[in-house]
Design a protein around this ligand. Structure first.
Ligand SMILES: [Zn+2]
Length: 324
């Protein structure tokens, strides 16, 4: 199997420190260690698979994001002081953000664009004939919409890679979002499209961020029937999760896509501080088996997962299953 891991150490310089949880400050969970632990684990087993990102024209961001949003992020990014953390105003039209957990730091534009270029690199490798590519990058992307950042996300890495596959290769793409949190940004971007199928398993939107992802959100207009949400209750275990994943994969196969883009969150793990499911290390082996059973060129984009040790164990099992 032609398998690559796209990784770039630039992400280590992106170090947000805090976020607002209601009215209280708390530590920001999007720390470099959550990726570095994964990198260390994979380096020992798949060191030959590692590649760095290619460069793409900055205008490619506009495949997914509005010009005004991109300009706003760039301007903010350049005008902040070193170490300053700016929290966008959620209400009104002054800023472009939907929550209080997504601070802007100096050079955030560069970090977000770097993550997006890692995802675009993965897409290009698939077009060039790779069977599978894992994009190990942060900040994550699946909460970012065309016009808003939020949920630690600035540019939607998975959506950009998907658009790139659609436009470069005239492809039909299925996005399978397996982060604990609903991929509201990805859903919104493709909600009226029939060439991109969006499928997601996530925590019950009545109780969990970003409070979207109900089963009745099925797409609109031409996109009606091309959006599938599977919310699961708090405490869902691997047995239930894998059953639902297999059913969702049947829906995916009926769509007959050319590529699969997986938004892989490891915050479904029982030991994750933010997620509410009870998956164990071994369940990720099962997830890897199910995904490899699709037999399609697959781009796996890292999203959430906030316990560095659990992330490392989960990803090891995942690839044991996926690459078996
Ligand atoms: Zn998440």
């Amino acid at each position: 199997m032609r398998f690559f891991i796209v990784y770039d150490s630039t992400h280590k310089k992106f170090k947000p420190t805090r976020e607002l949880d209601g009215t209280e400050w708390r530590a920001n969970y999007d720390i470099p260690e959550r990726l570095e632990s994964i990198k260390e684990t994979l380096k020992s087993e798949y060191s030959n698979a590692f590649v760095g990102p290619m460069e793409f024209p900055e205008s490619y961001i506009n495949m997914t994001h509005d010009v005004a949003y991109v300009e706003w992020l760039k301007e903010r990014s350049e005008n902040l002081e070193d170490g300053e953390e700016y929290f966008p105003k959620v209400f009104g039209w002054y800023d472009h953000c939907f929550d209080n957990g997504t601070p802007l730091l100096k050079n955030i534009f560069r970090y977000a664009w770097n993550a997006a270029q890692c995802a675009l690199t993965g897409a290009q490798l698939l077009i060039d004939g790779a069977d599978a590519v894992y994009v190990l990058t942060r900040p994550p992307g699946h909460h970012a919409s065309a016009t808003l950042c939020g949920g630690y996300c600035y540019f939607n890495n998975a959506a950009l890679a998907t658009e790139y596959l659609v436009f470069s290769d005239n492809a039909y793409v299925a996005i399978l979002d397996l982060d604990f949190h609903h991929g509201n940004g990805s859903q919104a971007i493709f909600y009226e499209r029939s060439d991109v199928l969006f499928l997601s398993i996530h925590g019950d939107p009545r109780y969990f961020f970003p409070y979207t992802g109900y089963a009745y959100e099925v797409g609109f207009g031409e996109g009606k029937g091309f959006n599938h949400n599977v919310p699961l209750p708090s405490g869902a275990d691997g047995r239930l999760y894998l059953k639902e994943l297999e059913m969702l994969c049947n829906t995916l196969m009926r769509f007959d896509p050319d590529y699969v883009v997986v938004s892989l969150g490891l915050d479904t793990h029982a030991e994750d501080p933010l997620g509410g499911f009870e998956l164990t290390d071994r369940d990720y082996y099962g997830i890897g088996r199910v995904l490899s059973g699709l037999g399609l060129p697959t781009l796996i984009v890292q999203e959430g997962g906030y316990n560095p040790e659990a992330n490392a164990r989960a990803i090891k099992e995942f690839f044991k299953g996926f690459l078996k």
